[in-house]
Design a protein around this ligand. Sequence first.
Ligand code: 5AD
Ligand code: SF4
Length: 473
Amino acid sequence: MSPRDKNAPRDVDTPVIIAAKSDVTLAQKDNSNTKKVFIKTYGCQMNVYDSERMADVLAPIGYAPVDKPDFADLVILNTCHIREKAAEKVYSELGRIRNHKIKNKPDMKVAVAGCVAQAEGAEIMRRAPVVDMVLGPQTYHKLPEMIAKVHRKSGEVLETEFDTIEKFDQLPKTRSVKGFTAFLTIQEGCDKFCTFCVVPYTRGAEVSRKVQQIVDEARDLARQGVREITLIGQNVNAYLGEGPDGTNWGLGELIRHVALIGGIDRIRFTTSHPRDMDDDLIRVIGEEPKLMPYLHLPIQSGSNKILRAMNRDHTYAHYKELIGKIRAARPELALSGDFIVGFPGETDADFEDTMKCVREVGYASSFSFKYSIRPGTPGASMPRQVPEDVKTERLKRLQDLLYTQQQDFNQSLIGKTLSVLVEGTARKGSQLFGRSPYITGTHFDGPESLIGTIVEVKILEAGRNSLIGVLAE
Ligand code: 5AD
Ligand code: SF4
């Protein structure tokens, strides 16, 4: 995935490399002082943000990011534990890193960060002795200290404490960003304990950053040319942070405040839980023009029985009513969702309820997964686990429907004029590339001077994943 795509809706199974090409050249030319760090990011937006912040923490001690591990002084794998496949990828990558190290750079140091680090701790070093450091998602501000410890060879270097507030207080005040879009973490952790999910265990309890800290970071991003900010959190709409007046503010109030910042023209937020969609937030969705009309609101399953077993704490009827209210507030809003098929106890009839939900609600885009057993979660020990072939068959049927809806939604945009934030030139050819309010990649002809601006584009053609248009008169 190129840096240009880093803020696209995340296919959580595709890793992201944060270094831009120019950094590589710079770092590789200067062999004297600059050390090179290769950071590979797996998983969600939170990890993308964390990787950028790790690079910020490492810059003052002389590390510049590179986009290949081969000659790096330090390799960091920022890992994801959400599904078994994601977690296992880390070990195969560590095998490759070990070979690079032996062949190219025997003094290379290796760190495992993120949710696998949190969940497995020292076990990682036992299973993969190439690993020098293991650090959980709340500890990366301690990286310089940990690196020094590794170089001193003073034993096992493992940090998996939960101190989210300390982390945010200690991170560098200014971020080094490239491009015109950025993620900004406002909240971390989750108290919902969905029975399939490891997040409450790997990221800990819900913690919200202070309004002022978020506004300062958003201003710094705006100063560096960022025009679109995505406020992120595991459970972003549960945000409840201390406001400048000493009271706790919800997400709606925070968005109104961020929208006041000059230079920030587009705001998004993700990921939301249906239980935390309060009336004030729905009001802001309806009223705030800088907020993009695109909402990721996962339901996971359309069956009330499965929703209960998942501990989602709401019914399908509640979700539909909520969607009705949100659409009434903002008629042009498009929805995206997450779905899990094959949760323990899911019958054909339960699965049909999910298909019915998708048909009735209608999604512009979506992420759908086979249930993956996560050790330590209640789902792992539930009876009536669904056989793999049944999950595969259900996922195929669900995805056929979801992809058709995505294609239909994009087709419905043909003839419309959409605002597009121009992020750069297209990878192939001479066209410009940007994103529509619905985050769809949009291609059109125009001068490079438009990069970094928001232009109106009339949509002429639509595929499942991208749009083609012309600059509107
Ligand atoms: N198996 C499959 N999918 C999962 N998700 C979370 N945990 C699991 C699991 N054990 C999905 C949910 C969530 C998204 C981020 O990942 O759909 O919303
Ligand atoms: Fe996981 Fe549920 Fe929390 Fe989302 S709300 S992070 S799915 S436990």
